[in-house]
Design a protein around this ligand. Structure first.
Ligand SMILES: Cc1cc2nc3c(=O)[nH]c(=O)nc-3n(C[C@H](O)[C@H](O)[C@H](O)COP(=O)(O)OP(=O)(O)OC[C@H]3O[C@@H](n4cnc5c(N)ncnc54)[C@H](O)[C@@H]3O)c2cc1C
Length: 333
């Protein structure tokens, strides 16, 4: 191993918006942990034409990025990615490896840990460094009824997958600089057992949401998934689409395609209904071009209420149900 300084690595999973968010959240946490063990924060980026992601990870705290840019890596492939990661981990010897607990992370990371003959704590909800400089990995156990704290005292690297949304990403700093280590794709990696026949992106509903003349947007103030479902009914009656805030998407009350906010999740409906949404800047960045805004919130001072044309101080769910009832009556008559 020719590594000189201790390092914490974050596997760069950038396949879509949500996977990328987890990677950014892990870079943020790695930055905090690295200070405690005087380590550097590194990211790995495998793929083809990946400069954008390298820049993004440096802007989010990575001081070094191991990049393998090759047409053969254009599509995610567990076999190839694991073999490649194993090679560079053995070469550079990171102390800790963090991976998002996404579907890919859950498939990729145990295989990597097995090959490296080290431990792995899956689905962590907390990461700390203890007095001995070891990574303390907090993860649910026994079906989530207990939280366990796990350390890997001897084997290296210490490895964890972490659930999305556990940590907050740090804001971009595009002035940040980092070292880029270009890694060649070894010619002797074992062949892939899975042959990719074709790949196409699922038609993005974001397009439809972006173009919808009416959007019914819901936030955490809707209270539950069951109550949130009423917004779909209201949108149907109005001939519109449903949008959502980030907590709602994280809670799986709505698909990630419904997310409205910064990072190009912009909508421009003629009429926007906003139910139980606080109006955080990251959300309102996506509704700047909305025409007429009707907001329902029990807090009259919520930022969303201040930017609305009509602000209704009430329970969001009750107003939604009443609107559906009234609109349906009018359609019938
Ligand atoms: C880097 C980063 C990026 C982010 N990107 C996004 C993004 O793209 N999109 C996004 O949405 N967020 C994003 N966020 C999160 C954002 O900061 C806010 O946390 C989020 O928008 C808040 O969602 P919310 O309004 O649903 O929830 P909350 O902030 O919890 O607000 C709930 C609101 O509902 C009201 N309420 C509660 N109960 C009721 C009731 N019974 N009836 C009526 N009203 C009620 C409350 O008064 C409150 O105003 C991002 C955050 C970070 C750090």
């Amino acid at each position: 191993m020719d590594q000189k300084r201790r390092s914490i690595w974050v596997f760069g999973d950038y396949r879509n918006y949500f996977q990328n968010r987890v990677t950014l959240q892990l870079l943020s946490r790695a930055t905090d942990l690295a200070k405690k063990i005087e380590a550097e924060v590194c990211a790995t980026v495998f793929g083809h034409e990946v400069d954008e992601w390298v820049g993004e990870y440096i802007a989010h705290g990575a001081t070094k990025v191991y990049v393998c840019d090759n047409p053969g890596l254009k599509f995610y492939s567990t076999d190839t990615y694991v073999a490649l990661m194993e090679r560079i981990v053995r070469q550079y010897g990171p102390e800790i490896i963090l991976v998002g607990a996404t579907s890919f992370g859950r498939e990729f990371t145990p295989r990597l840990a097995k090959r490296l003959k080290t431990g792995l704590t899956a689905d962590c909800v907390g990461l700390e460094i203890n007095g001995e400089g070891l990574l303390v990995q907090t993860a649910p156990a026994f079906g989530g009824s207990l939280l366990t704290r796990i350390v890997t005292p001897e084997k290296r690297p210490q490895m964890a997958t972490v659930r999305p949304g556990v940590f907050q990403e740090i804001p971009h700093n595009y002035q940040a600089t980092g070292e880029i280590v270009n890694v060649a794709l070894p010619g002797d990696l074992p062949g892939d057992r899975v042959r990719l026949v074709s790949s196409e992106r699922q038609p993005a509903r974001e397009q439809k949401l972006g173009e919808a003349p009416v959007v019914v947007c819901g936030g955490r103030g809707m209270g539950s998934k069951t109550r949130f479902k009423n917004l779909f009914e209201l949108a149907r009656v109005l001939g519109g689409e449903v949008g959502a805030t980030r907590p709602v998407v994280y809670a799986k009350w709505a698909d990630e395609d419904a997310l409205v906010g910064q990072a190009d999740r912009h909508i421009s409906p003629k009429v926007l209904f906003s139910f139980g949404v606080s109006g955080a800047i990251q959300h309102t960045a996506g509704i700047k071009n909305a025409g007429f805004i009707i907001a329902v919130n029990k807090n009259p001072n919520a930022a969303m209420m201040k930017m609305a044309d009509v602000a209704i101080v009430a329970d969001a769910s009750q107003v939604c149900i009443a609107l559906i009832r009234e609109l349906k009556k009018r359609i019938r008559t």
